[in-house]
Design a binder for this molecule. Structure first.
Ligand SMILES: Cc1cc2nc3c(=O)[nH]c(=O)nc-3n(C[C@H](O)[C@H](O)[C@H](O)COP(=O)(O)OP(=O)(O)OC[C@H]3O[C@@H](n4cnc5c(N)ncnc54)[C@H](O)[C@@H]3O)c2cc1C
Length: 669
């Protein structure tokens, strides 16, 4: 049944001062890309076989998994149909991005697909670390889903410290095979997505032994299950790890080996090699294996973070226009809750931040592509900078996404706590990304190492790369008088980051000079280091937002709105870290009220365009998956409709009444 659009939402849409389609096209790339994205979404989302009869959260753990596999099979079969339809207009990258990121895929399997790691890690690892011959053997079969793989690195005992992994892979020249073993309980692989029951192959990361010597960790392709019976291969112990905060259909698994033999050619040998006689040939550069890791982090920032933040903002904005509560002025009736300033403060930063990360991710994606083609030609110069930026952007953006989803949930009061709001699931998805693909603190500290080296280079007058160029001139910016405009604010972010990085550099050197070992000095400085890295990352995101709005050409109405959003991120982040700005930038205490006013003015100016902005994100109701965020605003109807889907509501009296409640009540007579 088609419902009338809620009047309040309708009025909000009429107030919008810019053309929402123009922003949609800009965010997609251009009008043609919007068109092909919409076609792609309709193609997948109109399939009745992919719709839920009962919401997934009412299913048991086992049923949820089985549904996820059923849907994944249909979904990935449809990819071929789509590509052959001639109607597609979008490249396969766009299709996989939509199915595996926060878009179409998240509408169909909210809890995550058990096939995700196959596409995001298994195939890219073979492409990045396999020889051409190995790619020929495996990539085609993997892409056409004749085999399904996962990426098995983490163990019960070690996640971050991969050099400490205990799985052993020993070369046997007599048979030209490797033999895999899990010598301890802590060496069990633990976590890989799809490993439980979905995959029959894995890239396994293990310590390589040949000719009696350990050569550290290397990747091996291992068959886990028989292709016909799906029984575990001899010597393979395998299972699922159990229930989690979220992502309960991704089938994360455990795995152990007891003398499992694989052919020599199953070691991915693009970089290091083991020859037939067992001779080990070292990789020319061990940094060559960074590619896949960086790729996944870039994808997280580009396709996941901004999607979850924007979905949270859409839901909270629309709901806050429909929801009326309390009284602002006596007798004037209940206002829309979006008219409360505190409500705007909870939601509008999420709208702005989702764009900020989108622009930063677009830089990261371009650099990733440049660096990858430079790597093919043996040029590694920009790899450390890319690695450093991918680490800190992944860490700061996923942490911000989890906070933004929570804040938008709180903005929806009690209803935000319902599963049908989609906030619980979105929080679980965003928060998982804080841990997987590099635990966030650890990633911040990896970037910190790069920043300490860059700081040393700046002091030695050496050439600096683009993202750390400011380390050589940030102090001169401090001499200027404060003006509350984007240039001055952008410079203040650089001053804060530069000063915090320099402080860490001096602190470490001071500790070392006082006789402390370098390692202890590092550990004693890690709180400061992680915060300095966060400041570096935020300065970068602000710079990329400012640069984007300075270089794009859109209508003046839209430019005005984007500029407000940019200012809002600046004011919001400055007020969150005001101590830093007072301590390290040219902002004086007397200038602080101007930042608070900027924030308040931005909220006021964004208010009439809030619904227009979130509409421009152009997320279909199925992808939002939220009773509170529906385009037509019929929130209360959706809440009742969803409550009636509860299995408990399928019968007027539950059997527990007859079994327990009635006997108990009667016993009290
Ligand atoms: C949803 C999900 C999916 C996953 N999917 C996969 C997968 O497909 N394949 C796979 O192999 N793995 C996967 N993982 C595992 C994931 O990669 C690890 O959980 C992650 O790398 C962190 O490792 P850990 O759990 O051992 O935490 P630990 O490394 O034990 O970290 C625990 C704490 O110690 C701190 N810490 C550790 N080292 C340092 C240090 N050097 N300096 C300062 N602090 C430190 C951390 O900051 C953290 O606070 C997944 C995890 C999750 C949650």
């Amino acid at each position: 049944m088609k419902l009338k659009v809620n009047e309040d939402l309708q009025k909000e849409r009429l107030k919008c001062t810019f053309n929402t389609e123009e922003l949609t096209n800009f965010l997609d790339g251009d009008a043609n890309k919007t068109l092909s994205r919409r076609k792609l979404e309709s193609f997948f989302l109109s399939d009745l076989n992919l719709k839920d009869k009962i919401p997934m959260e009412y299913l048991s753990h086992k049923e949820r998994y089985e549904e996820a596999v059923r849907k994944s099979c249909i979904l990935f079969k449809k990819v071929n149909e789509w590509q052959q339809s001639g109607d597609s207009g979008s490249n396969s990258m766009e299709v996989y991005k939509s199915l595996l990121g926060g878009s179409v895929g998240s509408a169909i399997i909210k809890d995550g697909s058990p096939f995700a790691v196959h596409y995001v890690m298994f195939i890219p690892t073979i492409m990045g670390q396999g020889t051409l011959e190995q790619q020929g053997e495996w990539v085609g079969r993997a892409f056409s889903n004749q085999i399904i793989g996962t990426y098995a690195q983490t163990e019960l005992g070690h996640g971050t410290f991969i050099r400490g992994l205990e799985t052993i892979c020993t070369y046997d020249p007599a048979t030209e095979e490797f033999v895999l073993n899990s010598p301890t309980l802590t060496s069990y692989k633990w976590w890989p997505g799809g490993l439980g029951h979905t995959c029959n192959y894995a890239v396994v990361i293990a310590q390589l032994y040949t000719q009696g010597k350990c050569h550290g960790i290397h990747p091996f392709i291992v068959q886990l299950r028989d292709e016909e019976t799906w029984n575990p291969m001899p010597g393979i112990k395998i299972g699922e790890i159990g229930g989690k905060l979220g992502m309960n259909s991704t089938n994360n698994g455990y795995l152990a080996f007891d003398n499992v033999r694989i052919p020599r050619m199953n070691m991915l040998m693009k970089n290091a090699q083991v020859l037939k006689d067992g001779t080990y040939k070292k990789s020319v550069n061990d940094k060559l294996t960074y590619g896949t890791m960086i790729f996944v982090r870039v994808v997280i920032v580009r396709d996941l973070v901004s999607s979850y933040i924007s979905k949270a903002a859409i839901i909270a904005t629309r709901y806050s226009c429909v929801r009326r509560q309390s009284e602002l002025k006596p007798g004037a009736g209940e206002p829309q809750i979006l008219d409360y300033q505190t409500q705007q403060y909870k939601i509008f930063p999420a709208i702005a931040i989702s764009l900020a990360y989108k622009f930063a991710a677009s830089w990261l994606w371009d650099v990733y592509n440049d660096v990858t083609s430079q790597l093919e030609q043996g040029d590694l110069e920009r790899l450390p900078e890319l690695h450093a930026m991918a680490c800190c952007l992944k860490a700061v953006s996923t942490a911000d996404a989890a906070v933004a989803v929570t804040t938008c949930r709180l903005a929806c009061g009690g209803h935000g706590y319902m599963n049908c709001s989609n906030f619980p699931n979105m929080y679980a998805m965003a928060s998982a990304a804080e841990t997987y693909e590099g635990e966030n603190t650890v990633l911040l500290l990896q970037t910190a190492r790069y920043l300490m080296k860059a700081c040393q280079d700046a002091k030695s007058g050496l050439k600096l790369t683009e993202t750390v160029l400011y380390l050589s001139n940030f102090k001169s910016l401090r001499r200027r008088n404060w003006i509350t405009d984007l240039d001055c604010i952008g410079n203040a972010f650089l001053q804060v980051a530069g000063s915090k990085i320099e402080n860490c550099y001096f602190a470490i050197n001071q500790l070392i000079n006082s006789g402390m070992s370098q390692e202890d000095a590092w550990n004693e400085t890690t709180i400061k280091l992680s915060r300095a890295t966060e400041a570096h990352c935020r300065a970068f995101v602000i710079q990329s937002f400012i640069t984007t709005i300075k270089t794009i050409h859109l209508s003046s109405e839209l430019m005005k709105v984007l500029t407000e959003l940019c200012k809002l991120v600046c004011a919001h982040w400055m007020l969150n870290q005001m101590g830093d700005f007072l301590q390290y930038s040219n902002l004086k205490p007397s200038d602080v009220p101007s930042i608070q006013s900027l924030l308040e003015e931005c909220l006021k100016r964004i208010r009439p365009n809030a619904v227009g902005l979130v509409d421009s994100f152009d997320v279909r109701d199925e992808i939002l998956g939220s009773a509170l965020g529906v385009y037509d605003g019929n929130v209360y109807e959706r809440l009742i409709e969803d409550a009636n889907k509860s299995p408990l509501n399928q019968e007027p009296v539950n059997e527990s009444f007859h079994k327990y409640l009635k006997p108990y009540l009667k016993s009290n007579l």
